[in-house]
Design a protein. Structure first.
Length: 433
C-alpha cells in the first residue's frame, strides 16, 4: 500500500506531536484540556489547513508551540523534568508520597501508565465507553476513554507490600473522602496486561470499577488522542474508538467494542480511530499488516491521481468488486463470497498488473495504481505499486457502504510470510452494532 502524504500531512503531524520531549506533567495537563473526540486524521487535514497559505501555516505552528509552553508554565511553572513523552508519569502536583498518611511506598514504575479496559458501571460515566485508569508515582484516577478530562475517584495510591495497593480517596462526589481500598495486582510477563483483584474497599463505586483485566496503552502514534494499544499480548481484545456502523455523514460517539478480535503474540494495534483500525507486526517497519477502513470510495483514475473518488462508481460491495476485477492496471483473483463477524461480502487478492506503467505525481516516476480514496476527497490516497500484494475483504455494512479490510505487504515474500497469521486474526473478528 502507498499513501500519498503532502506537506499538509507533515504539518499536521508536527501540530499533533508537538515537541519531541516534554515533562509528563505538562503532557497530562495539555491532554486533559482537550476534549478527546478523535477523527480519522487524514480527513481533518484540509479542514484545518485549506484556508492557510504556507506562511500562515508556519505562523500558526509557532503559535501552537507558544500556547503549549504557556499552558505548561501557567500550570506548573518552570520545571527541570525533561522526561521523554511515553515515560512513566511523574507525581501529580501537590501530592507527595505518603500524603494519605499510610506507610506505603511509591507505586512501582511498571504500574505508572494509562491502562484501558471495557465498560464500567460508574455514576457520571457513559455506559457505552471504555474505561481508563492512570497511575502516577502516588496517585490514581479513573476516566472514561472519552473524554479523558473527566476524572473520577481520584485517590492517593501507595504500594503496601508485594503485589499490594492501597488507595485513599482524595476527591469527593462518588464516595466519602478518606475511603480506603486495598487491592492485589499482577502483570503479565510482558508488562502489558494488568490484573487487579479487590481485597477490601470502603468505596463501593471504586470497588466495582477497579477489579478486572486492564491493557497498557502503549500507542506509538504521537497524537495525544490516539486510542490504540500498541504492542499486544496474545488474547482477546476490543476496539475503543473504531465504529464502522456510524452512518454516512453521521455523528460519531465513543462506543467501546464495536470490533472484537483475537491475536497471537507478536502483534501491535497501531491505529484505533472512528473509521480506521490497524494491526502490524511488532517489528514491522512498513505498512505490512491488517488495515480496516469504514469510510472509503474507489479512487479517481485520472492521470493526476487526485485524492477524490472515481465518478460513477458506487460504494456498495458489488460496485467495488466489479471495478477491482475489470479495470486496467489491477491483477486480481476471482472474488469469493465470505462472511466476517456476521458481515457478508467478498474477498479477493489484488496486485498491480505487470503491464501497467502509469505513475502518479508522488510515485517518483514508478508505476502506481490508485485504488481507494476518502468519499469526500479529504486527503487520503491508497494504492499499490509493482511489488505490493493485498488480500481485500469487502463487507456489506447494510447501508450502501462497504467496510474494507486489507491484509497487505510491500513484497511477495513478506506477504507470504504475513498471510496465514493475518488471515486468522481477520477470521476472529466480531462486529457489534
Amino acid at each position: 500500500m502507498t499513501r500519498q502524504r503532502n506537506i499538509d500531512h507533515v504539518l499536521e503531524a508536527w501540530f499533533l506531536e508537538g515537541p519531541s520531549e516534554m515533562p509528563d506533567r505538562l503532557f497530562d495537563a495539555v491532554f486533559d484540556r482537550i476534549e478527546r473526540v478523535p477523527q480519522r486524521r487524514l480527513a481533518r487535514l484540509k479542514l484545518r489547513f485549506a484556508e492557510m497559505n504556507p506562511t500562515m501555516r508556519w505562523i500558526a505552528a509557532a503559535a501552537v508551540a507558544i500556547v503549549v509552553a504557556g499552558i505548561g508554565l501557567a500550570a506548573f511553572g518552570p520545571s527541570a523534568d525533561n522526561g521523554r513523552f511515553g515515560a512513566s508519569p511523574s507525581a501529580s502536583p501537590g501530592v507527595s508520597p505518603g500524603a494519605s498518611g499510610s506507610a506505603g511506598a511509591q507505586l512501582p514504575s511498571e504500574l505508572r501508565a494509562r491502562w484501558m479496559s471495557g465498560t464500567r458501571s460508574v455514576p457520571g460515566m457513559n455506559p457505552l465507553v471504555g474505561t481508563t485508569m492512570l497511575f502516577t508515582n502516588d496517585t490514581f484516577v479513573l476516566t472514561p476513554s472519552n473524554p479523558v478530562s473527566t476524572h473520577l475517584l481520584g485517590s492517593s495510591a501507595s504500594a503496601v507490600g508485594d503485589g499490594k495497593l492501597r488507595f485513599e480517596l482524595t476527591s469527593g462526589g462518588l464516595c466519602t473522602l478518606g475511603d480506603v481500598g486495598l487491592y492485589s495486582w499482577s502483570l503479565s510477563a510482558s508488562g502489558r496486561t494488568l490484573t487487579v483483584t479487590a481485597d477490601s474497599d470502603a468505596c463501593a463505586t471504586r470497588l466495582a470499577a477497579v477489579p478486572g483485566v486492564w491493557w497498557r496503552q502503549g500507542c506509538k502514534d504521537p497524537e495525544p488522542s490516539a486510542g490504540c494499544l500498541g504492542d499486544l499480548d496474545a488474547g482477546v481484545r476490543s476496539s475503543q474508538y473504531f465504529d464502522p456502523f456510524v452512518p454516512a455523514n453521521g455523528s460519531w460517539q465513543p462506543r467501546f467494542g464495536a470490533l472484537g478480535y483475537e491475536v497471537p503474540d507478536g502483534w501491535e494495534n497501531s491505529a484505533d480511530w472512528p473509521g480506521e483500525f490497524t494491526f502490524k507486526g511488532q517489528t514491522s517497519t512498513d505498512d505490512s499488516g491488517i488495515h480496516l477502513w469504514s469510510d472509503v470510495a474507489i479512487a479517481s483514475a485520472a492521470v493526476s491521481c487526485p485524492e477524490t473518488p472515481q465518478p460513477g462508481v458506487g460504494r456498495p460491495v458489488a460496485a467495488m468488486t466489479t471495478w477491482l476485477t475489470t479495470v486496467p492496471g489491477i491483477a486480481s483473483t476471482d472474488p469469493a463470497a465470505v462472511t466476517i463477524g456476521g458481515l457478508p461480502g467478498t474477498t479477493l487478492d489484488v496486485s498491480m498488473d505487470p503491464t501497467w506503467k502509469q505513475p502518479c505525481p508522488f510515485s517518483q516516476g514508478k508505476p502506481y495504481r490508485a485504488l481507494f480514496s476518502s468519499p469526500d476527497g479529504s486527503g487520503f490516497h491508497w494504492g499499490v505499486d509493482s511489488q505490493g500484494r493485498m488480500r481485500l475483504y469487502l463487507l456489506d455494512l447494510g447501508d450502501g457502504r462497504t467496510l474494507l479490510i486489507d491484509i497487505e505487504a510491500p513484497s511477495k515474500a513478506s506477504y507470504d510470510k504475513l498471510l496465514d497469521g493475518a488471515t486468522a486474526i481477520v477470521e476472529s473478528f466480531t462486529f457489534k452494532r
